[in-house]
Design a protein around this ligand. Structure first.
Ligand SMILES: Cc1cc2nc3c(=O)[nH]c(=O)nc-3n(C[C@H](O)[C@H](O)[C@H](O)COP(=O)(O)OP(=O)(O)OC[C@H]3O[C@@H](n4cnc5c(N)ncnc54)[C@H](O)[C@@H]3O)c2cc1C
Length: 469
């Protein structure tokens, strides 16, 4: 939706667009998200370029609910059509990229498109559709996605074991405590790895940390530590950055004694973190859960076992599956990474070219570049470097798994920095970015000159630290 919106806004040509989606309505994963989900990051930074989402939400902190996000995307689609754009949405239809055709209700329709845009590569994995990453016997153990929690309030099971500590696990715990009123003694929370959590409410006048500001903070912390040599090979570089941000109130952790090893930009305010900290007695920190046996006992990847602290665990416990890993991108993970533009420019594959926050931002940037007639496909690709696939030099956070490591040259943060430098060097692009609601530096109030100055400072600092060339 973000790609299409920016394409319609900036294309020099009149376009005909067919949007095909397996889901019945626009809005992607939000159609199948748990009912109590909201955005966890500001609505003013989410959606499409030409329509504000923040105007459509009544939620505190302007975090849109699932219903508000879905209504927004419906309105965006209708708005394009009302403005006279030739856009058609075909829902409930699966597109076959080999055949160039979609199938809906058993009928297959060939599509003669000049350009095919593949926006599947960042499709989110949801607990509703992705099997739990632990084994269990479904005839004995009740495992549900968080979508079912509201209905579970009436099923007689009074105890809950939440598995997973990403944003979905955090949301499930908050819902159980705050909306369902479940006592901490009746909860177990399997926290496989502790995450750094972005503060939505950093102390005034500070703003929510974004990827380029994170690099600047990490460099400052590096300098304050005496600029130790070999920082690129040292996981301490990123961790020092997080520690300094924690001291500044810009990131949280669940437990002061537990060192976070993961960062996926899950975002909470201090009150929510306080509720989760209050769940400390229920936390089980033994790494990844491997299986739940027929009695409800837990076995972990390291072979250790844990009995839930109540009787009749199998019969009285609902296990909440929050292990999907939204950004594992399971549906396309096995497919080879491709350049964004094919050599002939007739296939565009939307992928991540800039870090947090802002998946929607990636679609808008790729569309804006597509609309530059002076740029050939290879020149567009040259402005959209991607992290190398499968680790290696890129084996550092935030990888798809989000585990924190060293800041190697292929790290997505450095790839993002290099891309932004290229965009600032592209005529007209910096001006566009600093008027774009989806760009994180624009969200945080940076003018074009301030953005360029920040990026120059970060680049120079990384070169001096021996991390960037
Ligand atoms: C619970 C949750 C909360 C989030 N909150 C935020 C937030 O606050 N701020 C933020 O910036 N980001 C947030 N994100 C991330 C962000 O919303 C998503 O990463 C982004 O919307 C992904 O959009 P997408 O179009 O790439 O993927 P999706 O929304 O997953 O859409 C992909 C679509 O492709 C369709 N599809 C796949 N294959 C085919 C095929 N062959 N034929 C037809 N259709 C196909 C699927 O049906 C799906 O609808 C959140 C993610 C989750 C899971």
């Amino acid at each position: 939706m973000s790609f299409v919106d920016s394409l319609l806004k900036h294309s020099p040509k009149k376009l005909s667009i067919l949007l095909v989606d397996k889901r019945a309505a626009p809005g992607g994963h939000w159609n199948d998200a748990y009912g109590f989900v909201t955005l966890h990051q500001p609505a003013r930074n989410y959606g499409v370029e030409s329509s504000k989402l923040e105007a459509a939400t009544a939620h505190p902190e302007l975090l849109a609910s699932r219903a508000e996000v879905l209504a927004y995307y419906k309105t965006v689609l209708e708005g394009w059509q009302a403005a006279g754009h030739d856009v058609r949405f075909v829902g409930g239809a699966s597109f076959d990229f080999e055949a160039g055709a979609y199938t809906a209700a058993d009928a297959t329709t060939a599509v003669a498109a000049g350009t095919v845009v593949d926006a599947r590569y960042t499709e989110n994995d949801l607990p509703l559709h992705t099997p739990p990453k632990f084994a269990f016997d479904a005839s004995k153990i009740d495992v549900v996605p968080p979508n079912e929690l509201p209905a579970r309030a009436e099923n007689g099971r009074s105890r809950y074991c939440v598995v997973g500590a990403g944003k979905t696990g955090q949301d499930a715990m908050l819902y159980l405590r705050e909306k369902m009123g479940v006592a901490v003694e009746s909860l177990a929370w399997v926290v496989p790895t502790d995450p750094w959590i972005t503060a939505r409410d950093p102390p005034a006048p500070q703003r929510q940390i974004t990827c380029m500001e994170f690099l600047a903070a990490a460099l400052d912390a590096h300098a304050a530590a005496g600029a130790p040599a070999g920082a690129a090979d040292d996981a301490a570089f990123l961790q020092r950055g997080f520690a300094s941000l924690e001291a500044a109130g810009k990131v949280y952790r669940l437990d002061g004694a537990a060192a976070p090893t993961k960062f996926m930009d899950a975002t909470l305010n201090g009150r929510e973190v306080g509720v989760l900290k209050g769940c400390a007695p229920s936390v089980v920190r033994r790494g990844r859960l491997a299986s739940i046996d027929g009695s409800g006992a837990l076995t972990f990847a390291d072979g250790s076992t844990f009995d839930l602290p109540w009787a009749d665990a199998a019969a009285t416990t609902t296990f909440v599956h929050c292990t999907a890993g939204a950004f594992d991108f399971g549906a396309s993970a096995a497919e080879a990474k491709r350049p964004i533009w094919s050599a002939d420019g007739k296939r565009i594959t939307v992928q991540e070219i800039f870090q947090f926050p802002g998946f929607c931002f990636n679609g808008a940037v790729i569309a804006w570049l597509e609309c530059q007639p002076a740029l050939a496909p290879d020149e567009k690709n040259a402005r959209c470097e991607q992290p190398p696939p499968g680790g290696g030099d890129a084996a550092a956070a935030p990888t798809p798994s989000g585990l924190l490591g060293a800041l190697g040259r292929g790290h997505p943060l450095l790839v993002s920095l290099r891309n932004l430098r290229r965009w600032y060097a592209t005529p007209g692009m910096g001006e566009w970015l600093h008027g774009l609601r989806l760009f994180s530096l624009t969200m945080n109030g940076y003018t074009l000159d301030e953005g360029k100055a920040l990026i120059a400072k970060v680049h120079d600092g990384l070169v001096a630290a021996g991390i960037e060339k």
